[in-house]
Design a binder for this molecule. Structure first.
Ligand SMILES: [Zn+2]
Length: 291
């Protein structure tokens, strides 16, 4: 079975080098591509973290992947198996520069590899439904790409949880019914809240990236966290919408091989094709041309 990793990071930063080692990996482009191939991961979507070039229109430029070298938006220079979501610095946005920021993002969305827009709720003290984001939502609708939110727990105790709570997505999903929204990490640990928001909004999807961290043996780890995994499965089975849940890792935070093993046990086998591949192609509609 071919796999799409719908949420990872491709970011050259010291902190990630250490995190990658703890997960039994290495934060380099070569390591990622080799490991992805070994595990049948044919495409990965990087959530942009690195700052890009200076603005052309006076807006805030998107954050991008740069693990394979400084990013060049016109001549894509990251591996062909890596697409990306342009990251939003919500905190630097104002009502005054919101339209100009959308114009900066447009330049990136016009290229094939930019397949979505990522908003870092909680790390940025701005709600999903804040009007500063609206020009970006209209842009997402125009380009038929999803808006991806960080939801749930915040790494290292940074940020404010009230902005990253999954219930905050309900309102924006109804305000922009033609835009697809993805809640990353399934709102972990507010899993039920996230699943309920996805269940009651046709345009909201979930990715199961970064639910755990580090290097682990599939069996031992699964046994230890059995209750946690059966809780997720209980609610996913309850809403029975396996067309809405996507595989993702949050690499380099996890070990690719063990994460696939764990997720194969969490998601019932008859839904693996949708979970590991099909749903991502539908939600990230621009992927079709890259596959
Ligand atoms: Zn992430």
């Amino acid at each position: 079975m071919k796999i799409i990793d719908a949420h990872m990071h491709f970011f050259k930063v010291e902190g990630f080098d250490q995190i990658a080692r703890e997960a039994g990996g290495e934060n380099t482009a070569e390591y990622y591509i080799k490991t992805a191939r070994e595990n049948n991961v044919v495409m990965s979507i990087a959530m942009g973290n690195a700052r890009s070039e200076t603005p052309l229109f006076g807006g805030i430029t998107p954050r991008v992947p740069d693990l394979a070298g400084p990013f060049d938006y016109k001549n894509y220079n990251q591996p062909k198996e890596i697409a990306y979501c342009a990251g939003v610095d919500s905190q630097n946005m104002t009502m005054e520069n919101a339209e100009a920021t959308a114009n900066e993002f447009r330049r990136y969305l016009e290229t094939p590899q930019c397949v979505g827009i990522k908003i870092y709720l909680g790390y940025n003290y701005v709600y999903a439904v804040d009007p500063r984001h609206f020009p970006l939502y209209r842009l997402a609708e125009e380009f038929d790409v999803p808006i991806v939110y960080h939801t749930g727990d915040l790494a290292g105790g940074h940020g404010l949880l009230k902005y990253s709570h999954p219930l905050t997505i309900d309102e924006v999903a109804k305000e922009f019914p033609k835009v697809r929204f993805v809640m990353s990490h399934c709102g972990n640990p507010w899993l039920l809240d996230a699943i309920e928001v996805a269940a009651s909004n046709e345009n909201v999807y979930l990715d199961l990236s970064g639910l755990l961290e580090g290097n682990f043996d599939g069996d031992v780890f699964y046994e230890k966290h059995k209750d946690y995994f059966s809780y997720i499965r209980m609610w996913l089975n309850y809403i029975d919408r396996y067309d809405k849940v996507m595989y993702g890792t949050d690499w380099p935070l996890i070990n690719i091989k063990s994460y696939i093993e764990i997720m194969k046990r969490v998601i019932p086998e008859e839904h693996h094709q949708k979970f590991f591949y099909d749903n991502a192609v539908r939600v990230y509609s621009k992927l079709q041309k890259l596959l």
